[in-house]
Design a protein around this ligand. Structure first.
Ligand SMILES: Cc1cc2nc3c(=O)[nH]c(=O)nc-3n(C[C@H](O)[C@H](O)[C@H](O)COP(=O)(O)OP(=O)(O)OC[C@H]3O[C@@H](n4cnc5c(N)ncnc54)[C@H](O)[C@@H]3O)c2cc1C
Length: 349
């Protein structure tokens, strides 16, 4: 969308899956999605550049399906020995987080506001929740009205994209945004991209101040605790898991029970104190985050004579870093254009 907004390009989006689809190979619809800064300060550019845009969308563009919500982050006493690193080893739970200057209304919580005795400390700040069922089609509509053409296709090799421009001419630049499938796409085959399975339960129940997360849980290191209520009747998302190298698309009923139990224990208001039996389930779901140990890959590479700009490997922060990463891609396109002049068209995968 950022390239389409920039103007001056013929853009074709080529994809196996599109907004509206739910498939284990297509991550985006499964996300909560909210904004809980995860990067360390040094790598925080993507999140820093994205938050103001998401905030503005939440305030000014109701049809994007994003609303502001207060997020609560609890650091558990049991995780103090590991500096509250959390199962993802990120800086969300840091005792003195860099993002306190980024997120509005940041405050450390007094102990009187802790949900249970196992909490050592906690903070809250203004965040946002993105209803992906509304936001993804909204992104498509923003592109369509700027002349972007969408095509369904399954590519075996990234170089096939050069022949898929709707202009009928060979594309000058290909943008590779293939997510977790970057591990299987010919010409890319980045096996360092691994699935990090996220199981969720979406329920009809809503409660105020329901966006929250904890630094760990007592059940296993592969399970995490979070919840958020989506805008515009999107229900409340309860999570979750972070199971690396697990492609299982089927919701595990035992995990589902643990997810619901932990969510209701942390926030009993969700069912008015009536336990998990009073949760009204919309659906169980599983998505896989495109985890890459070395972090996101945003760089250009010449493959079979065509410039390819990679933008994949966003793990669990693809939304909250999206505009920052898109900005970097637009910059790289500018670099390639300077080299290619004149540019006639562009494809995106
Ligand atoms: C349970 C869960 C919770 C999450 N929560 C959050 C959150 O709260 N906040 C946040 O910011 N992020 C969250 N994320 C992470 C976020 O969803 C991802 O980082 C992001 O969606 C990745 O987007 P992507 O476009 O790179 O990949 P995808 O959404 O998977 O899109 C990849 C696209 O490439 C296409 N493609 C790939 N290979 C080919 C091929 N060979 N031929 C044709 N097309 C191809 C696919 O069809 C698809 O259209 C969560 C993820 C999960 C699973």
């Amino acid at each position: 969308m950022q390239l389409a907004k920039h103007g001056g390009f013929d853009i074709t989006v080529v994809a196996k899956h599109m907004p509206g689809d739910y498939d284990i190979e297509y991550t985006s619809p499964w996300a909560g999605a909210n904004v809980l800064p995860m990067s360390v300060e040094k790598g925080s550019r993507w999140e820093r550049r994205t938050w103001p845009v998401l905030k503005q969308l939440a305030k000014e563009v109701p049809d994007a399906g994003i609303h502001l919500q207060i997020a609560r982050v609890y650091r558990l006493a049991k995780d103090e020995a590991t500096d509250f690193k959390g199962p993802l080893d990120d800086s969300l739970f840091a005792a003195d987080p860099w993002y306190k200057s980024l997120m509005d209304d940041f405050r450390e919580l007094p102990s009187s506001e802790f949900p249970h005795a196992g909490v050592r400390s906690g903070c809250e700040f203004q965040s946002a929740c993105i209803n992906t069922a509304i936001y993804l089609p909204w992104l498509v509509s923003q592109c369509l009205k700027r002349g972007v053409v969408f095509k369904r296709a399954v590519l075996k090799h990234i170089s096939e994209a050069t022949g898929m421009s709707h202009t009928g001419k060979k594309a000058d630049i290909v943008i590779n945004a293939s997510g977790v499938l970057a591990s299987r796409l010919g010409g890319v085959m980045d096996t360092s991209v691994r699935p990090a399975r996220g199981q969720i339960v979406v329920v009809r129940n809503e409660a105020p101040n329901n966006m929250m997360t904890t630094s760990g849980c007592d059940d296993t290191d592969e399970e995490i605790v979070y919840s958020m209520t989506r805008a515009a009747g999107g229900g409340t998302v309860l999570g979750g898991t972070y199971q690396i190298d697990n492609w299982d698309a089927n919701p595990d009923p035992n995990i589902a029970i643990r997810i619901m139990k932990r969510a209701v224990e942390l926030h009993p208001e969700l069912t008015g104190g009536r336990g998990i039996e009073a949760l009204s389930i919309i659906r169980h779901g599983v998505g896989v985050r495109p985890y890459r140990k070395a972090g996101v890959r945003i760089e250009k590479e010449k493959i079979d004579g065509t410039w390819v700009i990679h933008n994949y490997g966003h793990a669990g922060w693809g939304y909250q870093g999206s505009y920052g990463c898109a900005e970097a891609v637009v910059d790289l396109v500018g670099e390639v254009i300077a080299e290619l002049k004149p540019v006639k068209r562009q494809s995106k995968l």
